[in-house]
Structures are given as C-alpha cells and as structure tokens.
Design a protein around this ligand. Sequence first.
Ligand SMILES: [Zn+2]
Length: 247
Amino acid sequence: MSSFEKTLNNLYPGALPQERFVEASSRALKRLGFDADNTIACVGVCRDEICRPLVDAMYEAWGEAFNFSSLAGMLFLGRTGFSAAQHHAPVHRGRQRYLYLVAAHIALGERGEIGLCHRTGQSKPSNACGALCAFLGELKRGSVHADLRADDIEQSLLKARLLEKIRWGQVPSLPELTLLAGKVIQEDLENMIALTVDASRADYAVLCGIQIHGPEGAELFWPTASYAVVSGKKRALKIGKGNRRKK
Ligand SMILES: [Zn+2]
C-alpha cells in the first residue's frame, strides 16, 4: 500500500473514486424517482479549478447544475440563491425535485502529504483547500482578521462561520478543519432547505462529503451524508463503501 493510500484509508476510510460515487448515488436516486429530466442538481464545491471534475461528472449524470460554489465549498448564496434554483427546477405532475451536492475538499500528496497538490504548469506543490489553509495560517499565528472585509467577502464569511465552531485558542489540523468545514456546509445546507423547500410539493436529496484530490489526477469522494426526502419521508441512500484497498 502506498503512503497516499495509507493516509487516505486512515483519514477517509471507504472513500470512493469520484466517478463511482456519482454513478452509485445517481442509481440510488433513480430508484426514488429522481432523474435528469425531472430534477435540478445544485452543486456547491470550492471555487478551486481542481474541484471542477466533480461538477463535470454531475453534469454528465444530471445535466446543467445550479452553481452553489464559494471559497472552500461554503454556502453563501442564501435564500435568494436557493429560491432561484428552485424556481428553475422542472415540474413533473405538479412536483419538483432538487438534488443538493455539497462538499469541502482537501489534497493528499503521493507520500501522504496532507493538503499538498501539484498544479499544472507549476514546479512547486501548492495547497488545497487554499482558503482553509489561509485561515489555518491565521489561527496558527494567533491573529485572525474576523471583520467583514468588502474586498474579501467570502473569506471573511468563511472565517466568521468557522470561528463559531472552534474553541478559543484551539488550532485544528488541516483534516480537522476540513471536516469541520464539511459539517458546517451540511448544517447550512439543511438550514436553508428548512427555510426554502416546501416538502409538500418537492422531493429533495442531500449528498455531503469531502472531495479528495490524490496524486496523478486521482479524484475521490468521501460521503458523510446521503439521503433523500420523498413525499416528506426521509430515506437513506445506499451508495456503497467500496474502495477499501486490501493489500
Ligand atoms: Zn478550496
């Protein structure tokens, strides 16, 4: 087992190759009546271009998606953004279907280096998620600029939202901070669903997790929550735990 695989299995046991995650979740959702013709997909990942393959895979499976993305995958589109996506959804027999996929992300290097990735055209490795790493840098220095800056709106909001969840003086590791971001993203998604979705006339599905960028273009997804609410009833989605490499 390579160092990358060891770190992956240690931090994200059961992470799936991204394509398999999209295929398995799409299959599970089709069994519950969601398909590309009757569903609008809403995808929120980090703005980082290395997150794009997941958006493309969702596009292949579900058609053009409403863009929920902000730095680190945080959800800052608010009621107006959520309502806009719902207004664009197809209506089939008086019912709408929304599919929400949201994720934080992290890179793992070939030696298991946490947060490091090699970007095309660059000789030195860089960080992912860069927004979380920048925030972590401030935490390590003990000086976080938590005010709302007009010239850095998303990063300001990210720091304010995550600081609510970090104990005073605590400095998480990057995987801990990534996990925390993922939890906050799920919490914010579910809060916005409660505020904007009318379950009497819409079914919806929630896919949350961590997007993992490995060496040599390996793209993985670690699901943390997968469920659908159909006719007001919550149903768990079975999307498998594959990819546990045994050597
Ligand atoms: Zn990022």
